[in-house]
Design a protein around this ligand. Sequence first.
Ligand code: ATR
Length: 281
Amino acid sequence: MDYRLKLIGYPIQHSLSPWIHNKFLERTYLKGTYTLHEISLDASFDENILTLKKEEVDGFNVTVPYKEEIIPYLDMLDETAKQMGAVNTVVYREGKWIGYNTDGIGYLRSLESKYPTFFQDKSKRILLIGAGGAARGIYYALDRAGFDCIDIANRTKVSAEEIAKLATLSRNTKVVSLKEAEEGIGNYDLIIQTTSVGMKPNVDTSIFSFSQLKENAIASDIVYQPLQTKFLKEAEKNGAAIHYGHTMLLYQAQYAFEIWTNKKVPMDDLDLQLQAILEGR
Ligand code: ATR
């Protein structure tokens, strides 16, 4: 089988996904291509999708700003995509387009690859900063993984409250302001930054000020440009172990590739290779 895989979105010329998926094809010895299908702004989304259908792809990724807009064109959604209301991966299977969302599981896999023991103790306390699409996916995955405490801090509390509704019945998620989270930061074992604050070119900004952290706390930022965000630098200064954002990108892609091909790609040193690209080495 010759896999025809694509990425749709706009703009996508600088996407790292073709690099990642071509590495996956190489590593699994599967034949195929992963190419960009940039949405044309001169045509309607409807027309764009019609063109894509004609290309008879086996699967594709969907990126901003179309993760919600794609949904009416799909025949089925998996449970996570339903709960997210957003799709980033589509597979063509038995004549149907089926939508998935691999962000949450991708994040969990990335964390587990770096800090495997974290998952052995579900009483670990987690703080999620932000309440956008990424936060939603990560919250859902952490909740379903069974962690006891997942609190959410966001500038706009109502958005965080919306996410907290995804919780399984037993959970008691606290929604706090950013200031309250800063004051209580010593309570958490894992602090995850999911907003775009600190992303290039605004590298000197951080959504959060750190003070005394809990012993062995981990700070995680899903921003990967730059890799060393101000958030991570400050957390590290305060004694945190850190977790870089580019690994989520890799592992959500690993899960997408698995959906298309049924092959789980061994990651080995791919995170270091991607790190080198991001650091321009
Ligand atoms: P995505 O879907 O990629 O996660 P998003 O939906 O735009 O992105 O989410 C943006 C998140 O970043 C939100 O939590 C947003 O906070 P609000 O809900 O209060 O808007 C947060 N965010 C973005 N810019 C921010 C800023 N300058 N200060 C604080 N929070 C910010």
